[in-house]
Structure formats: structure tokens, C-alpha cells
Design a protein around this ligand. Structure first.
Ligand SMILES: [Zn+2]
Ligand SMILES: [Zn+2]
Length: 374
């Protein structure tokens, strides 16, 4: 097996970002759904193994010092991401390329029919309040654009792609395998042109004959008020360029909303807890609390109990695309019994105690309880 760095075509001191980017580029062309060469799946697996190892600092350090055998000796699972079958590796792959409705790969019998480009996925983290009130984010991502040098044909400027000599343009070849049951004829994708039916005589220098180039793109996306964790925003046409004049795929921005230490969110409602002391609970009070829009004053009714709630209507999360309609802010009251009262407080509590009948009333209560169990 080749060196992991060679497989990814990165240097020994490549950063994680460089490794990621290298994986992305190679995975695209080696994925068995696209690449019909017989050894594509094996190569794709090797790529996954190299990627998985080099992205993990511990594994990478071990690999750098002792090689692949060192990984095995150190107890690392060198079967890597496909220990659980090909599916796991596909998960890694899909984390790069969306996985929303699959790729635009394969399938079509006409290799020259327009094919829509791939959808891409981009994960972005936003703050709790940004999700509630909306925001704009500038994002930078890589996608495939049609090569401007060759106009997407993959052929060097001034030349044209020629009909594939192996399949004569059909994109398919017929193979005959001899078996004990006789000759079996099978139609497979042409290994020479990978099903396109065309071959590039002199490949375009800019795109190495692929017809597309990976370009970094910077766009500003508007995140509407009211989005939630894992909400997706579709940016139409910002995925990969299509093939044979097919339209570009879409970019899906997946939002990861940071939790707030103070606010809890459940759908459109916001929950907070308010600690009050027994005197406030008995007498009622007016207190300032933090809301999504700053400090607000709320009334606590006399005789409130722990677990009771106070609602501020319309101070919750806005409905997406209808920001005037909002959920509520629900305040859950929590009566805190003082564990270290001051001397003065103790005196006042003692007074209350006496007022309620002191020891005598407690004894009566105790007798009542005993009576209940007799
Ligand atoms: Zn080109
Ligand atoms: Zn061919």
C-alpha cells in the first residue's frame, strides 16, 4: 500500500484543512458511483483510510513514526472508516457532498445528456440570538465551476474532443466472460472514456481534461429570523457545475445553533428560570428579568409557588418568514429557601415561627400525621 501522504497528494506537514481539501478533490473523481474503473472502489477505500488516519492527531503521529504496522501495533483499527462496510466511508463522503437527494451521478444511458451538478453542503455555526433575530454570514466554500479555458469540454483550446475509439461513442462496451456455464456477455461502462463516449486528445491545461475546476467562492447568506438548530438554507445554483450543459447543483447551508446558558428554547417558546426568596413568594414582587430583547419588568403574584410560570406573550421566537408572529417567553418560578440566613433574618423567621403557633402547632401537626398512619 502506498504512503498515505502520496495517496492524498499532500506534503508531510500538510494542515488538516489541506488534507480535507485534498480528500474532497480526490474523492470526487474516485467515488465508485462516478469512476467505473475496476480498481476505483479499492482506491477510494485507500483514500478514506489515508484521510481518516491523517485527520486524527494521535493516529497521524503514530503513522509518521512507525508507519501502518505501527498503527496496528498501537491498537488502532486500521480498517478505518470502512470497518463497518462501504456505508461508513460513504458517510464521510456525504459529509462533504451533501447527501440531500444524492449525487447527480451515473444512471443515464446517454453519456452526452445534460447532467445536473452535485449538491453541496456547508456547515455554519451561529449564536443563539442570531438564530432568533436572523443575521447575515459570509461563507467561503469550494465548488466546481465550468472551466473557462476550455468551456467545459476538457480539450485544450483550439482542439475538440474526439469520439472514444474504444466504445465508438456509445460509452458502453460489451465484454464476454468464459465461465463453466458458457460464455456470459455483459455490457459495462467504457473504461476508456468512463461512459462519456468522448476522449480528449490534448487535455486542457487549466482543468487537466476534467472540464471543471474547483474554485473558492465567497458569498453572503441571509439567515432569516426564527431558524433552529439543523435548519437548512438552500442557495440555488451554488453547488457544482453540471455536465453537458446541465444546471448547477445547489448549496445547502446547515445551521448549528450554539446553546445559551440562560435561555432554553422549545420550538417557538423561550424558557428561563427565576429564583426568588420566600418573602417575594409570599408578598409578590416586581422584578427585572433578562429577555431576548433586554431587561423587562415582570409582576410576581403574592402566594406564587415553585414551578408556577409567568408568561410574556409574543416575546419568544419569531415564525420564519412571518416575524410579526412570535412564541412566548415563559418564566419558571423557583422559590429558594435560604440555607445560610443572617442573624437578622433568623430573628424574623423565628418571629414568623412563633406567630404560626411555634412548637405547639408543630406537635399538633405531627400528631395528625401519626393519626393518619395509625
Ligand atoms: Zn479546461
Ligand atoms: Zn469509450
Amino acid at each position: 500500500m502506498a504512503n498515505y501522504y502520496d495517496i492524498l497528494e499532500v506534503s508531510q506537514n500538510a494542515t488538516k484543512d489541506e488534507i480535507k481539501s485534498a480528500f474532497r478533490k480526490k474523492a470526487r473523481t474516485l467515488h465508485p458511483d462516478v469512476n467505473k474503473a475496476p480498481d476505483a472502489e479499492e482506491k477510494f477505500k485507500e483514500l478514506g483510510k489515508a484521510y481518516e488516519t491523517l485527520m486524527d492527531e494521535n493516529k497521524r503521529a503514530t503513522y509518521d513514526r512507525y508507519g501502518e504496522d505501527g498503527l496496528k501495533n498501537a491498537g488502532f483499527d486500521t480498517n478505518g472508516p470502512f470497518a463497518g462496510g462501504f456505508g461508513d466511508l460513504n458517510d464521510i463522503f456525504n459529509s462533504f457532498f451533501g447527501g440531500f437527494g444524492g449525487f447527480g451521478f451515473g444512471g443515464g444511458s446517454d453519456p452526452n445528456a445534460p447532467q445536473r451538478g452535485d449538491d453541496l453542503r456547508y456547515d455554519v455555526e451561529i449564536d443563539f440570538k442570531e438564530a432568533i433575530f436572523g443575521t447575515t454570514k459570509e461563507i467561503k466554500f469550494d465548488h466546481l465551476e465550468l472551466c473557462t479555458e476550455c468551456g467545459g469540454t476538457g480539450a485544450q483550446k483550439g482542439t475538440q474532443p474526439v469520439t472514444c475509439p474504444t466504445c465508438h461513442g456509445s460509452g458502453q462496451v460489451q465484454t464476454v466472460t468464459r465461465t463453466p456455464l458458457g460464455a456470459i456477455s455483459q455490457i459495462t461502462v467504457c473504461p476508456d472514456c468512463h461512459g462519456t463516449g468522448k476522449k480528449v486528445g490534448t487535455p486542457c491545461k487549466a482543468c487537466k481534461g476534467y472540464g471543471k475546476v474547483e474554485k473558492e467562492k465567497k458569498i453572503e447568506i441571509k439567515i432569516p429570523a426564527g431558524v433552529d438548530n439543523m435548519s437548512k438554507i438552500r442557495v440555488s445554483g451554488e453547488g457544482d457545475a453540471g455536465t453537458n450543459g446541465g444546471q448547477a447543483g445547489d448549496l445547502y447551508v446547515v445551521l448549528h445553533v450554539k446553546a445559551s446558558e440562560y435561555f432554553k428554547r422549545d420550538g417557538l417558546d423561550i424558557y428561563t428560570r427565576l429564583d426568588i426568596n420566600p418573602a417575594q413568594a409570599v408578598l409578590g414582587d416586581e422584578v427585572e428579568i433578562e429577555t431576548l430583547e433586554g431587561m423587562k419588568s415582570i409582576k410576581i403574584q403574592p402566594g406564587v409557588q415553585s414551578g408556577n410560570t409567568v408568561k410574556i406573550k409574543g416575546a419568544g421566537v419569531p415564525v420564519i418568514s412571518r416575524p410579526s408572529q412570535r412564541g412566548d417567553h415563559v418564566i419558571i418560578i423557583n422559590v429558594v429557601i435560604p440555607t445560610q440566613p443572617t442573624e437578622e433574618e433568623k430573628q424574623l423567621y423565628r418571629k414568623l415561627y412563633e406567630l404560626k403557633g411555634g412548637k405547639k402547632s408543630q406537635e399538633t401537626l405531627l400528631n395528625k400525621v401519626k393519626g393518619a398512619f395509625r
